[in-house]
Design a protein around this ligand. Structure first.
Ligand code: IPD
Ligand code: CA
Length: 265
């Protein structure tokens, strides 16, 4: 039971829904601006709609809960107020996909109490998918309850992976190679929050990235747990960056044993 000093998860979930919907629908009405960027980097795109979507989501959250802290990808360096509730926002996860016209992108909104997500929504507007969960509700997609897969052997598993934009060489490739070696099929789709939600939905069996940020995974973490899966932070690097493994639970130890040793090389 949570202490009574903060809102119930279900109240936070209602705000997360509204914030994700408003931010995602804002971007959806602006598809003609796919190339309206602040800058294009070697392996990333800084998009004006990232900034706008975070403002839209932040506005909803601040109106509902004025004292809460808000950690957003677009303002990650800013100091946070001292608040037991922290909102974690990725306004567009999969920005490079969005820029290229691929529909695999989403808005991710999590409410955390004491550093643990208690409500999370992942909204993929172009795919028409809304994933959600609260600490005391089942995980759902478009209102339908989710359950992880029964896959118990990595050789029968789809494993999502990726590499962050600062890690494009031999280091990232080593992890991808190992994922490909243990999986039936590896997948690099380009939006971590959606990758993890697909593990929650039983359509993939695991997800691993050697360097991912809290805003990419905070909401999907809870959605996966409430669907019966497990997310483990294998290593923390500071600055909200970490190595994370998310699975259906059944192949967790095997994935961990295959990937953890590489983190120390
Ligand atoms: C990225 C996506 C991608 C993952 C990267 C993330 P962004 O987030 O989630 O799938 O491989 O590590 O940084 O930049 O599109 O919000
Ligand atoms: Ca992201």
């Amino acid at each position: 039971m949570l202490p009574r000093t903060h809102p119930e998860p279900i109240q936070l979930l209602a705000t997360a829904f509204l914030a994700a919907r408003r931010a995602g629908d804002h971007v959806l009405t602006q598809l003609g601006r796919r190339h309206d960027v602040l800058c294009v980097e070697r392996a990333d795109v800084k998009h004006k709609l990232d900034v706008e979507a975070q403002e839209v989501a932040g506005d909803v959250i601040r109106r509902a809960w004025p004292g809460h802290a808000l950690l957003g990808e677009e303002s990650a360096g800013a100091p946070l107020p001292d608040s037991e509730v922290r909102w974690v926002v990725d306004p567009i996860d999969g920005t490079v996909n969005f820029f290229h016209g691929m529909p695999y992108w989403c808005v991710s909104i999590a409410a955390q109490v004491g550093g643990r997500t208690v409500a999370g929504v992942v909204y993929a507007p172009e795919l028409g998918l809304v994933f959600d969960a609260a600490a005391d509700t089942p995980a759902r997609c478009n209102g339908r309850e989710l359950r992880v897969s029964g896959t118990h052997d990595t050789r029968l598993a789809i494993i999502h992976t990726g590499a962050d934009k600062s890690d494009l060489g031999e280091h990232a490739f080593r992890f991808m190679k190992r994922v490909a070696e243990i999986a039936q099929r590896p997948r690099i789709m380009g939006a971590a929050a959606l990758d993890i939600c697909h593990v929650a939905a039983g359509k993939a069996d695991a997800y691993f990235e050697p360097g991912i940020y809290l805003w990419d995974i905070a909401a999907a973490h809870l959605i996966l747990e409430r669907a019966g899966g497990r997310l483990e932070v294998l290593k923390e690097f500071g600055g909200w960056r970490m190595a994370a493994l998310a699975t259906n639970g059944r192949i967790h130890d095997a994935c961990r044993a295959a990937l953890l040793p590489l983190l120390d090389t």
